[in-house]
Ligand binder design. Sequence first.
Ligand code: ATP
Ligand code: MG
Length: 359
Amino acid sequence: MRVIAIVANKGGVGKSTLAFQLAAELARRGTRVLAVDADRQADLTRYARGPRIAGLGLDAVLADPPRSLDPRPYIGPVAERLDLLGSSAALSRADRALCPPDGSALHLRQALEVVAAEYEWVVIDTGHSEAIIAGAVAAADMLVMPTTASSPDAQHAGDMLETAASVRVELGLPTTDLLSRSAITVWRRQHNGIADAQMIEWLRDRYGDLVCPVLIPHSSRVSEANAQRLTVRQHAAMYGSGRDQALRGAVAAYSHVTEWLMARSAAPVPAVPAGLLEGIAADEPDPTDVAAALRRIKRYRRLDDDQLSDVLGRPVEWVRQTLAFGARHPEGEERLTVRPRMKRGAPEIAPPRQPSWRP
Ligand SMILES: Nc1ncnc2c1ncn2[C@@H]1O[C@H](COP(=O)(O)OP(=O)(O)OP(=O)(O)O)[C@@H](O)[C@H]1O
Ligand SMILES: [Mg+2]
């Protein structure tokens, strides 16, 4: 069983929609899937036609632990190979019950372990409760953080990584595999918007291969499908015309995102993801790229300078000096003021350039 938790600091970024499409696409590929609605808004339960009734979903499972932690009585089928553990407004009571660090953050994880042999995938949709997000992070093998491509949604997208890492560390759970396998998915609301394109570039620069290369397009048909409680694939089959490119694009995107996440979940965790090493692999690397790549690797792998030096096989002094090259431009842009001599080991620090913004 592999557990995907869909989490975000921002609301309305497409979490529940992605959870529903992803769970359905995984089931369509022949695997047994459990969709878990861990949001008291119970949107996933509504999309999947489950009962949004107190006492019939996750609220009941979390109501009286450890006695209640068997989810089986509350799981029901919603499609072939796809089951649902639903939610209702009563899940807000679980907020009060789920307060780390007394071990309660592990209750969702313990409940899912009961059905581990029955499912290949579990997809958890979360809402805005920090306690329940912590429970989902503790249960997850993989985090998916959806965002729109617009600022400030995108700027918040990676904050969850920090939260997730600290939750896991506090609970004594391993972090490396989870963070390496996690992913940011992007819903591009403006089809050809330059601002969206710039935010996508910014996300890729900042989070490297964490960012799913498949962009989810905006289509009003996605909302229609949700309202009709259909997957976009079902909606397209029932109501779509061959000429509806946006709808076809949405069907293809959810399918490709699913495949990309499946591949990401199965891939071995690399010491340093290949994309992050771009910029230091060349014979005559540009120091700007080197410093940016080091910062990305540090952030992505949560390494300290000594660990980064081990991973790269370079002296720790070289790592420190290279990282120190970044200087803050008053407008917020990071500017590099130093040119390292890469071939001589530790680089020399050149005098800073005159900032161009001065008269
Ligand atoms: N690709 C898309 N194209 C168009 N509309 C979309 C798309 N994805 C989601 N939506 C719509 O955007 C709205 C928010 O989506 P959703 O409920 O999935 O977000 P959420 O992050 O779960 O929100 P919340 O924080 O309230 O739980 C819904 O009306 C949904 O139908
Ligand atoms: Mg939601």
